[in-house]
Write a protein that binds this ligand. Structure first.
Ligand SMILES: [Zn+2]
Length: 300
């Protein structure tokens, strides 16, 4: 078994990482692993917690939703997103991957040395998205604790400079196993999935690639290198992020319900979507709350 800090995992490129996430996330949705609220005509169905609570949404008569952002792979967009909502008086619930936090700790001279305390001071709160972002199928309880949960808590303690209690655990790809439930119960943390996927990651994976060569630069010599396998990818998409914003807004218009826990990722496309998301939430009179407030005293 590889260790959490092995190069094999830490060395995942953002592109490989994103691709894996988007594919499995859609697989999880397709297999109805998530009791999505989108299909409930009369409102939101209850999630069905057994030993540990698995939460995808809240049964509430209030027009409240919870905005969550996963991964935090990009410090640049994480900070921009955190600030944009802070300036609008909205608190987010963030689920950073442990490796992303560790990367942040390992490069204090990149301009984001206090990223996590800054986000906390803006009022945003944190859950655990585990450490390596591997699919946890087949992981034992001991393995989940030693290789995933504890390292994720440890880096957050280091990043925040104090004790850290996550608001909940969001297993990567929404994969919930019996072993994961046992760990959550042992620690007393709820398992937090989502009831609405903005599909920002799926859209980015399908339509955008930051490593691709813009059409204007696709000269003959570049094409030749591409054919020789030197260039990672070639695409002729323009304004892909803006088109993905349309996808995000369309998902909101179709699937948003009161009580929804909404899944975003700290990607450019979700950053660009913020003004339109905010306008939609205002028009629909939906109040975004962080998870801790959202969960407080409400029936699950
Ligand atoms: Zn993730």
């Amino acid at each position: 078994m590889t260790t959490p800090k092995s190069a094999a995992h830490a060395g995942l490129s953002r592109r490989q990482f994103l691709g894996l996430g988007a594919g499995l996330a859609s697989a999880a949705l397709a297999s109805a692993a998530l009791p999505g609220l989108a299909h409930s005509g009369s409102g939101i169905k209850s999630s069905v917690p057994d030993s540990a609570q698995v939460i995808t949404h809240i049964n509430t008569g209030e027009r409240q939703v919870c905005l969550t952002f996963d991964d935090l792979w990009s410090e640049y967009f994480t900070l921009k997103i955190g600030r944009a909502f802070f300036e609008r008086g909205i608190r987010l619930t963030l689920f950073p991957i442990g490796i992303a936090v560790q990367n942040n700790l390992n490069r204090p001279n990149q301009g984001y040395a206090d990223l996590y305390p800054r986000l906390r001071d803006m009022g945003h709160e944190f859950g655990s998205h585990l450490f390596t972002h591997r699919p946890i199928h087949g992981f034992s309880v001991e393995q989940l604790i030693a290789e995933e949960l504890e390292p994720s808590l440890d880096v957050m303690r280091q990043a925040l400079g104090r004790e850290f209690r996550p608001v909940g655990i969001r297993p990567p790809y929404g994969i919930v196993t019996e072993e994961m439930k046992q760990v959550a119960e042992q620690y007393g943390y709820p398992l937090i999935l989502w009831g609405m996927d903005s599909q920002d990651a799926i859209c980015t994976k399908q339509q955008c690639d930051e490593q691709c060569i813009p059409e204007a630069e696709a000269q003959a010599d570049v094409l030749l290198r591409y054919q020789e396998g030197d260039v990672p990818d070639l695409c002729f998409q323009e304004n892909c992020e803006e088109r993905c914003v349309d996808t995000i807004i369309s998902n909101y218009e179709t699937y948003l319900r009161p009580g929804a826990i909404i899944l975003h990722h700290a990607l450019k496309t979700s950053y660009l979507a913020i003004p339109r998301v905010m306008k939609l939430l205002r028009n629909w009179n939906m109040q975004p709350l962080p998870l801790s407030s959202f969960l407080g005293n409400r029936s699950l």
